[in-house]
Design a protein around this ligand. Sequence first.
Ligand code: NCD
Length: 355
Amino acid sequence: MNLPNYQVFRTLKPSQMAPFLRSEDLRIQSLIFAQQLNRELIERLVRCADHCRSLMRDREGARYLRSRLADKALSLYFPQCSTRTFTSFSFAAQSLGMMVEEIRDTELSAMYKGESELDMLLTLSTLSDAVVLRQMDAEIGLTLAYELHARGMQTRVINGGSGADQHPTQALLELYTLQTHFRETLAEFGDHGKTIAFVGDLKRSRTARSLAYLLGLYPKIRQIFVAPAELQMGTDLLEYLKENGVRYEQRESLDEVLPEADAFYIMRIQDEYSSTSEELRRHYEQYHLSVEKVSRMKESACILHPLPRRGEIPIEIDRDPRAKYWDAVRQGKLIRMALLLYMFGRDDIGSSGGL
Ligand code: NCD
C-alpha cells in the first residue's frame, strides 16, 4: 500500500491509518488511537500482564523479565505533566531491562535553541527503540509515526496522552482493572451486558474517550455518559458508537444512575484545555462522590478514576472494597510491560517464563 502524503493521511479514519502504523511483522508499531486495539489483542495483553505479575513475585522471575528487552532503549518525552503514566512506563521498561531516558522540560532540550518538536522526536527515535510521548498537541504523535513509517524506521511509538483526545494505555489498564474486579475473563465481562457510567467532564477527558472506544468492542456493554450538557461526550465518539451498534445513553443526573451501574468512571474538570466558568464549577459538585452516594451503589460496583483527583472522591472512599483506582495504578505498570513485550515480539513469556 502506498503511503499518501501527510495532508491526506491526517484526514483518514484510524481504521484506514492502522495499516501504516504496523511494523513489518504486522504488530502495532505506533499505538496512537484506542481504535487500533481489538478484542483478541487486548485479551493477549491481559494474559501477558498476568504472567508478568506472577513472574515478578520472585527474584528468578524478575531476573528473567529483566533479560527480555535488555537490548532495547526507551525514551519518555513528557512535556505535559504526569505522575502515574510517566513513572509506570519508566518502571515497566526498567523491569524488562530496557535503558530509559527522559525529556520532560523542553527548555532543557535543543528546542530551546529553536529546534522543532518533530526534529527533537526524530532524534529520540534515532537513538532509541521506543518513544512514549505525552503532550497538549493531539497530533504530534501521529506526525511522528507517519515520518517513521515514511523513512522505514522501526522505532515504536506509544501515545501516553494526546491533548484532550486519547490515552489508549490508560484505557487498557482500566479495562484490565474492570475484568480483575469482576473476576471474569474479558470475553465473559463483555458478554454479561454490564453497565458502565462515565461521570463528569467527558468532553475534554482523553481517558474517558479512549475507554469508551475500547468498551465499544464489547457491544453488549451499555455505556451511560453522565455529565452537564456543556461537558457531554464529543459527537465524534457518539457517532462512532452508533456506527458500531454500541448501546449508550446520555444523562445529566448522577443520582438516578447510582443504583443502576456496575462500574463508575469518575472524571475531574479538565480545565487545562479550555476555561470553565465558576457557575459550572459549582454545578460540577453534583458529580462528586460522597460516602452516602457510594452507599447507594451496588455492593459489587467498581469505582474507577484515572487520577489525579481533586474533590471528586473523598479519601475515605479509598478503603471501600468497591474503590479500585489505586489497584488500577498497579495494573498500569503490568499492562505497559505487556504492551512493550508485545510491540517487540517478545510476549511469549508464559507464566513460568520458560524457567
Ligand atoms: C489522566 C490524564 O493525564 O489524562 N491521568 C492519567 O494519565 N492517569 C487523567 C487526568 O489528568 O485527569
